[in-house]
Design a protein around this ligand. Structure first.
Ligand SMILES: Cc1ncc(COP(=O)(O)O)c(C=O)c1O
Length: 381
């Protein structure tokens, strides 16, 4: 049995009990709302995590790279939505996966790309299943739900070109800028209404548009009703992180991912302890910087996961993290070496679980009895 004290640091730790509780919480939510759930697996990129999501009733997965699609298909998952806008250059990889039996769905918001998909599909005798991306909140990409002409134009180019329109999908990414239940509820309503409206515009022309897919962790957890929606996607809920904590959708003690690190030195005159988790371990993500509480590069915890209030990773070089106390004097701290002797193990809760996880080739899954096991994850495109 390998315990935390035997691990090389830095290391990414997944608290298995918290992860299962997070999965269960989302499952209960989805059951209450009466919708299917298609987890976004870009958060973990890890088969044991996704198996746990599937065991809890997930149907299909969402991926952000074709590499994820290849890996999860090889592991036996066939129903996959690649939820990043398609480009013609990626179609041969999509074709190869579909030829192997993968029910890979792709998305588009651009008429010229819709044409390119249809042409490529016809040339290769393949009927691609394509979903139209809808921009429900001005966050990033997609067609505005009011832009009926463009929605219908893209739908016609796909179906007229012999492709299958799977449905419409949207992601209310602007939920990350909110932090009250009322605002999140309102955005979840807007996400639902916009995506349903887009589907109705297309259906009104006689084109079948069966699927309506929405989701982000904050809106999934705060939606009041999902009438007209056929499936929800969410990713970061499986681990949660400090950004989600600031948004108000998880407690600190629900965050399942942390970075195990070791104290390697001190700067007594500055009140610093130095650890071996810099930005290569935590990632450069400073997502909490613009939120109600800035956690620097992460919240410091004791090795058993107990939060050490006020102690943050306030700075980060490539392999060095700087720990200081935000409530402290901000100058010399003669106690810092006693409080955190060299060799002390600590755990750091990250700002953004997806970004921090991506810094590591594997997770160390921490079981209730203190033992750990290695859960490989993959990366790349
Ligand atoms: C298209 C799409 N769907 C779903 C999600 C899941 O969002 P979250 O990680 O907030 O659950 C994302 C996340 O970026 C996304 O890009």
């Amino acid at each position: 049995m390998t315990s935390l004290s035997q691990l090389d640091t830095p290391a990414a730790i997944v608290d298995v009990a918290r992860m299962h509780a997070n999965i269960q919480r989302m499952r209960t939510r989805m059951n209450e709302l009466g919708v299917r759930f298609r987890p976004h697996v870009k958060t973990s990129k890890c088969l044991p995590v996704v198996r746990a999501q599937w065991t809890a009733g997930a149907q299909g997965v969402t991926v952000s790279t074709l590499k994820e699609a290849e890996q999860f298909f090889a592991a036996g998952i066939s129903d996959i939505l690649y939820a990043v806008g398609m480009t013609p250059a990626k179609l041969p990889k999509v074709l190869a996966l579909r030829r192997q039996g993968c029910q890979l769905k792709i998305i588009v918001d651009d008429p010229a790309v819709a044409d390119a998909i249809a042409t490529f599909g016809k040339t290769h005798g393949e009927v691609f299943e394509v979903w139209i991306e809808v921009d429900c909140d001005g966050h990033r990409s997609g067609i505005h739900p009011d832009d009926k002409d463009r929605l219908v134009d893209v739908a016609r180019r796909l179906t007229g070109g012999g492709m299958l329109l799977g449905g419409v999908m949207t992601h209310a990414g602007s939920s990350y800028d909110l932090d009250t239940p009322e605002a999140l509820e309102a955005l979840a309503g807007q996400e639902r209404a916009g995506c349903v409206q887009a589907a109705e515009h297309i259906r009104a022309t006689g084109i079948a548009c069966p699927g309506v897919s929405v989701g982000s962790t904050p809106t999934a957890l705060r939606a009041r009703n999902l009438v007209g929606v056929t499936e929800v996607r969410a990713g970061v809920y499986v681990f949660f992180d400090l950004v989600m904590h600031n948004i108000g959708v998880c407690r600190m003690d629900e965050i399942a991912l942390s970075v195990l690190t070791t104290v390697i030195g001190h700067q007594v005159d500055k009140g610093w302890a130095i650890v071996d988790a810099g930005w290569m371990a935590m990632s450069r993500d400073r997502g909490t910087a613009k939120q109600r509480k800035d956690f620097g590069y992460g919240q410091v915890c004791a090795v058993d996961g107990t939060v050490l209030p006020g102690y943050l990773v306030s700075g980060a070089n490539q392999e060095h993290g700087i720990i200081s106390c935000e409530n402290g004097p901000g100058g010399p701290d003669t106690q810092i070496g006693t409080r955190f002797p060299v060799g002390t193990q600590l755990r750091i809760i990250p700002n953004h679980a997806c970004a921090t996880g991506a810094q590591f080739p594997e997770y160390h899954a921490l079981n209730g009895d203190g033992s750990t096991e290695i859960w490989p994850r993959f990366y790349g495109w």
